[in-house]
Write a protein that binds this ligand. Structure first.
Ligand code: GDP
Ligand code: IMO
Ligand code: MG
Length: 434
């Protein structure tokens, strides 16, 4: 014991990868429990010679970068095997040891036809598209729920694999040809592609839920790292503009097999402003110079698709919602440094919908679409804060910003990011129990 859950509080890209990497030195196991290679985590590690190494991870848990940490891909993840081995090879070429990677036999595999279906469905949705990453995530989770998915363990029995691929294609080929007007997919080609990974995959695969139980019993620290974020969660997010997995704290248990009674803390990562990639409502979005400045200074371009991220002010209603849904015990506020130089910092404290004030997330989707932010203005600061390492080192107005946000979101802020580097962090309270 204990298990610690780390989630995104907004629409993703809050800096979960950096936070996981930071905690890597104090944990024994890091588990990815949801999503797939729709995620993109950039981790910057300063080297002793003053240079820095940047890693972009999609499918592997960010803990893979810390020597000695066991990295686990849990049952809740969907795996594109081509991407998996590309990522492993890329890390190995840079001297990162990936031998401690373990993969759940129950995780689902993204079959090539699901990447195709993701893209054609978006095309067919036209104006109503989700803006997915096009990686086949949604169709693969749909297959899982429809009980026609391909699991990692199916790859170890060619007969079963073939049966399952043929069964899935029976319906899909009709759909591809008759509705989407695209070419049918050959089962043989799919089976051959999936089997080509088997030899490399086999030694990594095990019952990861059992492994995690043993490691917790041995008193080790296990960190469960979410992909995506609270408002992209399929149940609790801004449906239908969400991803297809459970990205909130509850998903950490179903996606890993760790029981809720073993989770002692939930850490949420909150960016000091807000970003969103893809379509969907975003009340504090800025379509002006300030939005462009956040994008430029914060380098808000997607790690996965390179798309410019939509940017806006901090939304404390969203932060409060994340606290409630995830049972957040600690927040990490990231990218506070990006706010340096703004004279005033608006923070959304409530919404107004057709003259009615909402202090929490409106129940109805159309109300959220029409929500107009009610802003509280906080004074900015102009000093460079990237070198600050203690809370007291921050300019008074930066301290004030953090303290007011803490009050609004209703859980303590335990760490503050002041730059992309591993060391650029202010720790107010330890993120792990001693
Ligand atoms: P994730 O998907 O939640 O892991 O986040 P991403 O990696 O997609 O996006 C976060 C980006 O912000 C990355 O490029 C990080 O290197 C960077 N980052 C993280 N924390 C900080 C911070 O405190 N300040 C600055 N300036 N950049 C940060
Ligand atoms: P990390 O882990 C930001 C968004 C997509 C799209 C929606 C559905 O880096 O925070 P999908 O391909 O998942 O079916 O797309 O979800 N999305 C993300 N946005 N960060 C992510 O991951 C995301 N993963 C998916 O842009 O709007
Ligand atoms: Mg990201």
């Amino acid at each position: 014991m204990p298990a610690i859950v780390l989630v995104g509080a907004q629409w993703g890209d809050e800096g979960k990868g950096k936070a996981t990497d930071l905690m890597g030195r104090d944990v024994d196991v890091v588990v990815k429990f949801n999503g797939g290679n729709n995620a993109g985590h950039t981790v910057v590690i300063e080297q002793p010679d003053g240079t820095s190494e940047t890693y972009a991870l999609h499918l592997l848990p960010s803990g893979i970068l810390t020597p000695g940490v066991t990295a686990v891909i849990g049952n809740g993840v969907v795996i594109d095997l081509g991407v998996l081995f590309e990522e492993i090879d890329g890390l190995q070429a840079r001297g990162v040891d990936t031998s401690n990677l373990r993969i759940s036999a129950n995780a689902h595999v993204i079959a090539p036809y699901n990447r195709t279906i993701d893209k054609v469905m978006e095309r067919f949705l036209g104006k109503r598209k989700i803006g997915t990453t096009g990686r086949g995530i949604g169709p693969t989770y749909a297959d899982k729920m429809n009980r026609i998915g391909i699991r990692v363990q199916d790859l170890f029995d060619e007969g079963i694999l073939r049966q399952k691929v043929e069964a899935a294609l029976e319906v899909k080929n009709q759909m591809l040809a008759k509705i989407y007007n695209t070419r049918a997919v050959e089962a043989d080609a799919v089976v051959a592609e999936l089997l080509s990974y088997v030899d490399r995959l086999r030694p990594m695969v095990c019952d990861t839920a059992e492994l995690l139980e043993r490691r917790l019993e041995a008193g080790e620290n296990v960190l469960l790292e979410a992909g995506q974020a609270t408002l992209l969660d399929v149940d609790h997010g801004t449906y239908p503009f969400v991803t297809s997995s459970s990205a909130t704290a509850g998903g950490a248990c179903t996606g890993s097999g760790i029981p809720p009674t073993k989770v002692s803390r939930v850490i949420a990562i909150l960016k000091a402003y807000t970003t969103r990639v893809g379509e969907g409502p975003f009340p504090t979005e800025l379509d002006d110079e300030d939005g462009q400045r956040l994008r430029d200074v914060g380098h808000e371009y997607g790690t996965t698709t390179g798309r410019p991220r939509r940017c806006g002010w901090l939304d404390a209603v969203v932060g409060r919602y994340a606290t409630r849904i995830n049972g957040v015990t600690d927040f990490v506020i990231t990218k506070l440094d990006v706010l340096t130089g703004f004279e005033q910092l608006p923070v959304c404290v409530a919404y107004e919908v057709e003259g009615v004030r909402h202090d929490s997330m409106p129940v109805s989707q159309s109300d959220f679409h029409h929500a107009v932010p009610v802003y509280e203005m906080l004074p900015g600061w102009s000093e460079d804060i990237s070198g600050c390492r203690r809370f007291e080192d921050l300019p008074e107005n930066a301290q004030r910003y953090v303290l007011r946000v803490e009050e609004l979101i209703g859980a303590r802020v335990s760490a503050i990011g002041v730059g992309p580097g591993r060391a650029q962090i202010i720790e107010r309270h330890p993120l792990l129990d001693a």
